[in-house]
Design a protein around this ligand. Structure first.
Ligand code: BTN
Length: 255
């Protein structure tokens, strides 16, 4: 069970963190997106033991069995205009927490985390303009103790499968919240270069061949990301360099 009293309050942070933990919810992202627009600097977090309508990127669903994994969303208000690199910054913070428990992940641009080429975490970031600020809801699903699910249509793994033992979800969530709060502060203060340097060594697509799901006949090679977080790739056929933005494409690594 997730401890209802998990307190994650990072001392040097400018914001207070408010947590709500639900037994069952449709989607933690939907809950925070619907919540009243409150522009103060508090950070709101919604955690659930189970989601009945968990959502993934590109309209897919996110399988969310009860008591198994981590499903949570964080709501913050950001001043920064350009949020294009936020998904990378968030993926880096999840990867850091996984590294602390000896689970070594790579980031499949823009923000999937994979271990041994199998997905372990998905991130769904949704935004809405509120006056001068942008309301940002960051939803994170981490496969923790799941060891069977017939419903997932892509290769996946979990922390339990990697470590060959069940792990306590409470300590991971607490670390995750602290790390995300630090990352959001840094994201507003620093240029994207700060994150770009950290991303380079975790870039799963670097020098790898991939196709786009809706254009399977063209092959590209990953060439890193630019200083806005766009993916740089080379078209294998005509050698042209192209850039992709995260909303635009869905990628499939070539085996
Ligand atoms: C993806 O890889 O497609 C993104 C998956 C995001 C899943 C998380 S689980 C918590 C939050 N609530 C949702 O409905 N989705 C995100």
């Amino acid at each position: 069970m997730i401890n209802r009293k998990i307190k994650s309050y990072y001392k040097n942070l400018r914001s207070k963190v408010f947590l709500e933990v639900f037994d069952t919810i449709s989607s933690t992202n939907d809950y925070l997106l619907r919540k009243e627009k409150n522009k103060n600097k508090d950070i709101k977090i919604c955690i659930a033991e189970e989601q009945t309508k968990g959502r993934g990127r590109r309209g897919k669903s996110w399988i969310s069995p009860k008591f198994k994994n981590i499903y949570f969303s964080l709501n913050s208000y950001l001043k920064k205009e350009d949020l294009s690199g936020l998904s990378i910054a968030v993926a880096l913070s999840v990867s850091k927490v996984l590294t602390k428990i000896n689970v070594m992940s790579l980031i499949k641009w823009p923000n999937d985390l994979l271990v041994r080429n199998k997905k372990i975490c998905g991130i769904l970031i949704e935004t809405a303009k509120v006056g001068e600020l942008t309301k940002v809801v960051i939803g994170i699903g981490i496969n923790v103790n799941m060891d069977n699910s017939e419903l997932i249509d892509q290769e996946w793994t979990s922390i339990k499968l990697e470590k060959k033992q069940s792990v306590d979800r409470n300590s991971i969530i607490t670390e995750m919240i602290n790390q995300l709060c630090i990352t959001l502060n840094k994201f507003e203060q620093e240029e994207f270069d700060y994150f770009l340097k950290k991303f380079t060594s975790l870039d799963l697509l670097k020098d790898k061949e991939f196709t786009l799901k809706d254009k399977p006949n063209e092959t590209f090679i990953g060439k890193g990301i630019d200083n806005k977080g766009l993916l740089i790739a080379q078209n294998l056929k005509d050698q042209r360099i192209v850039k992709f933005s995260s909303g635009e494409v869905s990628l499939k690594l070539k085996k």
